[in-house]
Write a protein that binds this ligand. Sequence first.
Ligand SMILES: Cc1cc2nc3c(=O)[nH]c(=O)nc-3n(C[C@H](O)[C@H](O)[C@H](O)COP(=O)(O)OP(=O)(O)OC[C@H]3O[C@@H](n4cnc5c(N)ncnc54)[C@H](O)[C@@H]3O)c2cc1C
Length: 279
Amino acid sequence: MSSEKEFEKLKPMTVESLDEILGKPFKVLDDGFVRVVDYMGSDQSIVQAARVSYGSGTKQVSQDRGLIRYLMRHHHSTPFEMCEIKFHVRVPMDAWRQWIRHRTANVNEYSTRYSLAIDQSAKTKEDEWRLQSSMNKQGSEGFLSKEEGTLLTQEEEKLHSDIWGIYNSRIEKGVAREQARKDLPLSTYTEAYWKIDLHNLLHFLRLRMDKHAQLEIRKFADTIGNEIVKRWVPLTWEAFQDYRMNSKSFSGLEMQLLSLISQNENEKAAEKAKKNLVG
Ligand SMILES: Cc1cc2nc3c(=O)[nH]c(=O)nc-3n(C[C@H](O)[C@H](O)[C@H](O)COP(=O)(O)OP(=O)(O)OC[C@H]3O[C@@H](n4cnc5c(N)ncnc54)[C@H](O)[C@@H]3O)c2cc1C
């Protein structure tokens, strides 16, 4: 067994720029927020974990950056799992329904069986009503006119007022909270504590910051990424931008087409693409 002498004395790895915003709510949508409640680890924890196999401690920043970029580029996941973060979030139910699909987080959600529902619904401004996309069945493009939007917003206000009136009257009549809530709309806000490791958080961000994600959840993901993760693990964030968010991967066939194009064999490339129906 090793003697105590062989081990250096350790302090928790803290990140000053993240400590500065601990507990601070970042507003998202009209009444939502994200705030950091707690965290563990930093860029240095990632390099420390990666170097454990040969026992050397933290090196110069440039070497740490290189190692983190290498890990990200080659999809080494476990060093990034050494960092964890816990958020307190307030999110409308429609976005939350998408959010909760990420199974790798630990969650505790506000209970509307135990407590009264949060008396807030996400509202839509006159100029925020999006049109159904004609290209992407899951997406939106452009906006309705302000005139149409004004009517929709008025309609929404009435709907919210009616539904909250009904909910409150059920509560006053003594209906159980678990049943009184059944007709509340998807725009109702919920709150949760959401804890996740950095590897899985980056996976969440890659999917939910993407332009194919719904705008509402994208706004939460953008806030987590740009306001929080960027401060917490700047070297990892930079590598993530470079190797995940701003990169593209190509299939074997696409590589062959690119090779033909780079040799000015455009016709051959077009023929091959047509034959293989590249989409
Ligand atoms: C733009 C968009 C559109 C979507 N549309 C739909 C839709 O129409 N319908 C729908 O139902 N969902 C939809 N989803 C949800 C999507 O299919 C995923 O369920 C969600 O994004 C969570 O992803 P995940 O499972 O990779 O994440 P996590 O649950 O966080 O898991 C992270 C990774 O861990 C691994 N993992 C986790 N759990 C398991 C397990 N039990 N077994 C094996 N591996 C596991 C996987 O590698 C996984 O990628 C959509 C998501 C996006 C981003």
